[in-house]
Design a protein around this ligand. Structure first.
Ligand code: 4AD
Ligand code: MG
Length: 498
């Protein structure tokens, strides 16, 4: 069996492909089948004269998503998808599909989500999953090449680690257990045994927020490093993001094209250093006059743009009547684009003043909301690292800043283009007494943290780590507007099926 993504090795040769009908059209004595086999899509042309009568009948009985085997000769063809076309000599039907619910016309998101098991076959979804796979592979490559050992943390746990409000509770025989929110605490124990480790596993949070960034089940990559301080931690996070981005651009160009991703934006990420600022500097920037002016200017720019594209629309609509067929198509397409852009502009009109208000009134000590993150990132083309946060809003395990005891040595990495936080990390508190007091202060049950405190009793060392959210990373690199399309079967508030 030959796979479609290897057709270039078989030009002018006969091949047999096994797959499904992605798209189908017939005209007289020709049938055009866009066939997909999981590795790609190629056009197969069946000419009535080239096949047996029964194969012609089979070809004309096909419908969308029918499964089939095709034998034919591969021809190089620049204009065809994938650069090839198959001239068919045999058609064998495996199954004629029933009426397929997902047709080339537009569908609503709820409908598509309810049919996620089928939606996965659509080209954009397919492309996103290929990028996801590349990111996963790149992450393993990055850490394995740097002497890290992958280790697995338990999913059933007896304690909260990232705040008790987002715990999924379950019955563990007669005990209470919780699904892991993070593998980190176990990662710390493993780092004391192996030096450099990373976990790569599912994590669970009962997030009661229906945003485009939140899943209740998501995959997290959590490196943990003995003898690393915060700066080394940030260096590693930056190198990792650059490495992943470069690999995706290098190896998944055609998928990024299907997703209409602007690759130049990713190339900048792969090539440029990330800026690092403290939380306090970030707050100052949010509240600055420059930021307020910039947001005002954005509104002005939108006003001008609205005027311009409305005028453009008037002009091309006038042209439509007498235009050639190809030009009519182009105009129709552009009119749709302009409509979408106008909707976006209306949304910006509603949002930007709210962003401005939130930014101007931000108070030191609070956590950044989604809109604050967006505003901070408006002029950033590459991720921004925000470090040294108020202790009050961060987890109990973060190390105090020796220079300022209001702060912890934590870092968040924000992605550009409005994608927000993709990494949270820190240097860990390694002082036994401090940590004991702190666990008490956070009202956490001391008994379940006994083993964790042991790590500070037996050869405590400075150590650090971070967690990268896989789905947010996929969303950002693919340019997807919602994390629900970044994982095969998303779990969100209100979504447990399929
Ligand atoms: O910032 P968080 O909560 O950090 C931790 O869990 C640490 N224990 C990590 C560590 O230091 N080892 O989560 C880390 C990342 C976030 O930056 C985000 O990318 C992702 O996990 N994340 C989510 N992704 C999707 N849906 C959610 N509900 C998420 N919550 C966090
Ligand atoms: Mg965080």
């Amino acid at each position: 069996m030959i796979y479609i993504n290897k057709l270039s090795d078989h030009v002018d040769k006969q091949v047999t492909l096994k797959g499904w009908v992605y798209n189908y059209r017939s005209s007289g004595s020709l049938v055009f089948i866009e066939m997909r086999d999981g590795t790609g899509i190629t056009q197969c042309v069946v000419a009535k004269d080239d096949v047996s009568e029964s194969d012609w009948e089979a070809a004309t009985s096909l419908r969308q998503e029918s499964s089939l085997e095709i034998t034919g000769t591969v021809k190089a063809d620049e204009r065809s998808i994938g650069g090839h076309e198959v001239h068919v000599s045999e058609v064998k039907v495996v199954q004629i599909a029933e009426d397929y619910p997902i047709t080339p016309k537009e569908h609503g998101v709820e409908f598509l989500m309810n049919n996620r098991h089928l939606w996965l076959r659509s080209q954009r979804q397919w492309a996103a999953m290929r990028v996801r796979n590349e990111i996963i592979f790149a992450i393993h490559t990055f850490f394995q090449e740097r002497n890290f050992v992958q280790m697995d943390s338990p999913i059933f746990t007896s304690n909260a680690a990232e705040g008790s409000t987002t715990l999924f509770e379950t019955d563990y025989f007669d005990e209470k257990a919780y699904l892991a929110q993070t593998g980190q605490l176990y990662g710390e124990a493993m780092a004391m045994a192996h030096g450099l480790i990373y976990t790569f596993g599912p994590t669970f949070r009962a997030e009661k927020s229906k945003t485009r960034r939140h899943l209740t089940e998501f995959w997290m990559i959590e490196p943990e490093m003995a003898y690393y301080d915060l700066d080394m931690n940030m260096d590693l996070a930056e190198d990792m993001i650059r490495f992943i981005t470069a690999k995706v651009v290098e190896k998944r160009k055609s998928e990024l094209e299907i997703l209409e991703r602007d690759i130049t934006k990713l190339e900048k990420v792969a090539e440029n250093p990330f800026q690092r600022i403290t939380y306090s500097e970030a707050v100052e920037q949010l509240k600055s006059k420059e930021t307020a002016d910039m947001l005002d200017q954005m509104i002005e720019d939108r006003k001008q743009e609205k005027k311009d594209i409305k005028q453009e629309r008037e002009e091309i609509k006038k042209e439509h009547g007498s235009a050639k067929k190809w030009r009519k198509k182009q105009i129709d397409q552009r009119v749709i684009e302009i409509g979408q852009r106008l909707d976006q502009i209306e949304e910006d009109y509603r949002n930007i003043p709210q962003w401005k208000e939130s930014a101007q009134n931000f108070e030191w000590g609070n956590d950044f909301g989604g809109s604050d993150e967006t505003v901070l990132m408006l002029q950033q083309e590459v991720p921004l690292m925000v470090h040294r946060w108020p202790a009050e809003i961060k987890a109990f395990y973060m190390k105090r800043d020796p220079e300022d005891e209001r702060l912890v040595l934590g870092v968040d990495v924000l992605a550009p283009e409005g994608y927000g936080e993709i990494i949270g990390g820190s240097q860990r508190e390694d002082d036994l007494e401090f940590l004991e007091n702190h666990i008490e202060k956070h009202d956490l049950p001391m008994d379940v943290f006994g083993w964790y405190l042991d790590l500070r009793r037996f050869g405590s060392v400075p150590h650090s780590g971070f967690g990268l959210g896989l789905e947010r990373t996929v969303a950002w690199l693919c340019g997807l507007s919602h994390v629900r399309e970044t994982i095969p079967f998303p779990r969100m508030m209100g979504r447990l099926k399929p």
